[in-house]
Design a protein around this ligand. Structure first.
Ligand code: FEC
Length: 310
């Protein structure tokens, strides 16, 4: 009996591959409108500051996709084979390229999953829309995992990360834990978007599993646009808890992200650390999930469950 091949479109934000690709990448994020020379320089400087010409999200996504494919096939029955394809939002191979490659390989049945656990129509929803449109064009049947913010293995992986990071402080009970995620334009609140509730649910589940009550939520990495974004921004939060509550020890857990990349390595590790130093605070960050086996098992479970129509 020949094996049933299931294609898995693993979608992620995407990152440039070299410094000279930053302009095209930024233009894509801005829906085709090129950045000004000043805006471009500012982004180039941020990439330069994190690793100087190396883009960690590329390698992390490659490793996550390879690890997921291995996990899927290790758990599959003898009649099923999974093949993972990358589909990136703002870089090559784009979401549409991943679908086209599946179709070219003769895949008829596929599942799409995003390397971001929380659904918003502006994030995961936009990945799904693009993939569905291309799949319809290619005659491919595809189902999607929409979110997995409370999967027990994801919560366990994050709980381990928070507990490990709390051990870096002298007294874990004297630490304010701040869960963060990428801000989005405030208009999502009028759209009954689940993003905020899902982030709060994950944060609460991790806090409970760690046995901590001294925690709050903060937004990070808001876009540089004229519209209002969800806040308060993490930097304002740090200033407020310093001034109003004299908090000295802070742990940031970027719960909305699953990899080391610009928004973690620059916005938290450089910007927030600089501010914490100015304020005399001890700031730590939880390690990113990257290829944490529990995260890979989470992805495997949600893909298998979607593939089987559960
Ligand atoms: O390391 C890297 O090269 C890429 C890091 C990166 C990740 C990421 C994830 C998310 N974003 C989300 C929403 C928006 C919205 C805008 C926006 C803009 C940028 C810019 C850069 C950038 N994002 Fe991003 N994001 C990353 C990087 N993002 C660079 C452009 C300059 C700037 O504003 O900083 C505003 C543009 C728009 O309207 O589209 C909105 C969300 C996530 C988390 C979910 C996901 O991974 O998809 C939401 C990683």
């Amino acid at each position: 009996m020949s094996k049933k091949h299931i294609g898995v479109l693993v979608m992620s934000y995407g990152t440039p591959e070299s410094m000279d690709q930053i302009e095209a990448y930024y233009t894509h994020i801005r829906r085709g409108s090129p950045p000004s020379p000043e805006q471009l320089q500012e982004l180039v400087d941020r990439y330069d500051a994190i690793v100087g010409g190396f883009f960690p999200l590329r390698e992390n996504t490659n490793k996550q996709v390879a690890a997921l494919e291995a996990a899927l096939n290790a758990g599959a029955d003898e009649n099923t084979a999974y093949r993972c394809y990358q589909g990136l939002k703002h870089a090559s191979p784009f979401i549409e390229d991943g679908i086209a490659q599946m179709a070219a390989d003769g895949i008829k049945e596929a599942v799409g999953v995003v390397l971001a656990p929380h659904y918003s129509v502006m994030s995961v929803g936009s990945y799904i829309k693009r993939a569905q449109e291309k799949a319809d064009e290619a005659g491919l049947s595809i189902r999607f995992v929409k979110s997995y913010e409370l999967h027990p293995k994801l919560i366990e992986a994050l709980t381990n990360r928070v507990n490990d990071a709390l051990d870096k402080f002298e007294d874990r009970n004297a630490v304010r834990v701040i869960f963060t995620a990428h801000s989005l334009p405030e208009k999502i609140l009028e759209m009954r978007d689940p993003y905020v509730d899902q982030l709060m649910a994950s944060s609460k589940a991790v806090a409970e599993a760690c046995g901590i009550t001294n925690w709050q939520f903060g937004w990070q990495s808001a876009g540089r646009t004229a519209v209002p974004w969800l806040g308060p921004d993490i930097q304002d939060t740090l200033r407020t808890i310093h001034e109003e509550e004299q908090v000295k020890n802070v742990l940031i857990c970027p719960i909305g992200f699953v990899s080391d990349h610009l928004e973690v390595l620059y916005d938290v590790d450089i910007e927030c650390q600089q501010l914490a130093a100015e304020l005399g605070m001890h700031l730590e960050r939880t390690e990113s999930l990257n290829t944490d086996p529990l995260y890979m098992e989470t992805l495997r479970d949600v893909v298998v469950s979607e593939a089987s129509g559960d």
